[in-house]
Ligand binder design. Sequence first.
Ligand code: SF4
Ligand code: FES
Length: 255
Amino acid sequence: MTQVPSIAEEQTAKSSSSSKSVKLRIAKYNPEHDGESKFMEFSIPYERWTTVLEAILKVKKHFDHSVAVRYSCRQATCGSCGMIINGKPRLACFTKISELDSDVVTVEPMNNFPIIRDLAVRFERLFDTHNKVKPYLIREDSEIKSNEKEFLQSPEEVEQYIQFSNCIKCGLCNSACPTMATDSSFIGPQALAQAYRYVADSRDKGKDTRLKIIDESHGIWRCHFAGSCSQVCPKGVDPAMGIQFLRGYLLGFRS
Ligand code: SF4
Ligand code: FES
């Protein structure tokens, strides 16, 4: 049985306002020599505002510096700290322990991503599929080279795609997607949402190119519309809606 180390006494000495502790269970796994993942447990004091990432960093500081976790901005901007927290894909820096309403917090690596070690996963597939849909404005070369023209848009035209431009490439949507779990070649909700982001941009001329890219055997038609991608997005992007709109273009309902 795993021992539960605690930093409660030390923390209490530093901060009298700390009143609660949570049991933090961290999945430890090194694919190079471990047969299966094991959980290490720690008792961590927390405040109302303490995030799961901060709790993991306390473990790294006080008990086990080898815990592998990726993070950078600590403010839900860089997209680095996605993981499964109590069974759901979430950003660790954007998830407060107090909001989970549980005495136990279990953290695991994201599903549908190869594990590097512990909570850190490989992002190559996500970035490959993201690049595949050409995530940039496509215009004629002559238009881009002549710096004389602005490509103005009305507020209504911006409204068509603006929520999709909030994507931080965290991969939570791909982690939640049941089709990603069964089809290792599926393009995935993140890339499809970004395809829609540019197809719906009135300044872009790459619609036909992108529609051709996603209209293939492991492309848009593999989506079963489970909708789990949209439920977990921390930035309010709705990949499932983007996928439906893209299907509208492909079926001739939108132009
Ligand atoms: S659509 Fe949302 S969940 Fe998916 S990668 Fe972008 S920000 Fe993350
Ligand atoms: S650390 Fe950047 S999104 Fe969490």
